[in-house]
Design a protein around this ligand. Sequence first.
Ligand SMILES: NC(=O)c1ccc[n+]([C@@H]2O[C@H](COP(=O)([O-])OP(=O)(O)OC[C@H]3O[C@@H](n4cnc5c(N)ncnc54)[C@H](OP(=O)(O)O)[C@@H]3O)[C@@H](O)[C@H]2O)c1
Length: 332
Amino acid sequence: MRILVLGGTVFLGRAVARQALAAGHDVTCAARGTSGKPVEGVRFVRVDRDDPAGLTAIGGEFDAVVDVARHPDHVRHAAAALAGRVGHVTLVSSGSVYADTTVAGQRAGTARVLAPPPRDAEDPWRDAEAYGACKVACERIVTEAFGADRVFVCRAGLLVGPEDPSGRFEYWVRRASRGGEVLAPGAPDEPVQLVDVRDLAGWIVAAGERGLTGTYDGTGAPTTRAAFLAEVLPGGATPSWVPQEFLVEQGVQPWSGPRSLPLWLPLPEYAGFMTRDVTPSLAAGLRTRPLAESVRDTAEWLAGAGPGEGQRIGLTEAEEADLLAAWHAAGR
Ligand SMILES: NC(=O)c1ccc[n+]([C@@H]2O[C@H](COP(=O)([O-])OP(=O)(O)OC[C@H]3O[C@@H](n4cnc5c(N)ncnc54)[C@H](OP(=O)(O)O)[C@@H]3O)[C@@H](O)[C@H]2O)c1
């Protein structure tokens, strides 16, 4: 098949391109080339999607297109430029599209989504809600332009694995390598839900091959934070569970950023965020590898090519030690 990846210079786009090549497809990637490099073996077309005519440099027809766009205008420009010369279309969307993050166990087919923003307020980089709302707009534009009978909307969950630029999973893999007492957020039975980028990429390529259409969550089955840490932490590391009230009191941020605990989200506000019911996705072919493989391969990537001198997120060693000392000093 001839596959076009709109993106392909970073993380998921690169994983899709790599898997499509491995499956024997002819792969074109189109991006500016500023976030990173395309994988070896693809045809790379330099484009700027901010320019309404930016995609005219992409010639030819494609059996399948995969788009990772966040900005609705990028999707509009692609829909116009590719009209009449593409078959199957995958729009990589996000679990951030959902309107209600508090209710656990929701399914993609029935859960309410955010309202798309007014056209003059489309800014996916403003905050998490604006990002989710823009993804809703992207989903609608793609579906209207190409038709629901050709579109696979894949609402990605938390992506982990080698080449992740976000640093979120990396925090835990790095933390594990230091061993000792590990500050674990919240409670052992709280949910964690994620997917290895290579599993999602494999499903996206297979969706193009099989012509899968419809809207699905692109993430694995939920697990508990205790099970997550049991896989991530080596024998010599012991979690100390510190409740969210104490973390909030101490100014620890959830999810990402400096002085944060990545993958931790406050409850009950986010009870629905990492508890999606992915039965339909698994029935539609999503296969997920054991977490131990994601940990091993991420550790190998960090020890080798790694993310470079990027920004680190999470707690510093000193911040974690101070927080644990304060927690124990409070008699716990
Ligand atoms: N990471 C997660 O945990 C997570 C969770 C939920 C959903 N998602 C979704 O999953 C997808 C991840 O995709 P990804 O890993 O490939 O990363 P990404 O950061 O979304 O990649 C964006 C791609 O688009 C290209 N691009 C950006 N602006 C452009 C422009 N003006 N013109 C042309 N190309 C442009 C970038 O390349 P250049 O900069 O080189 O042009 C890059 O290849 C996204 O759709 C994201 O919203 C991710």
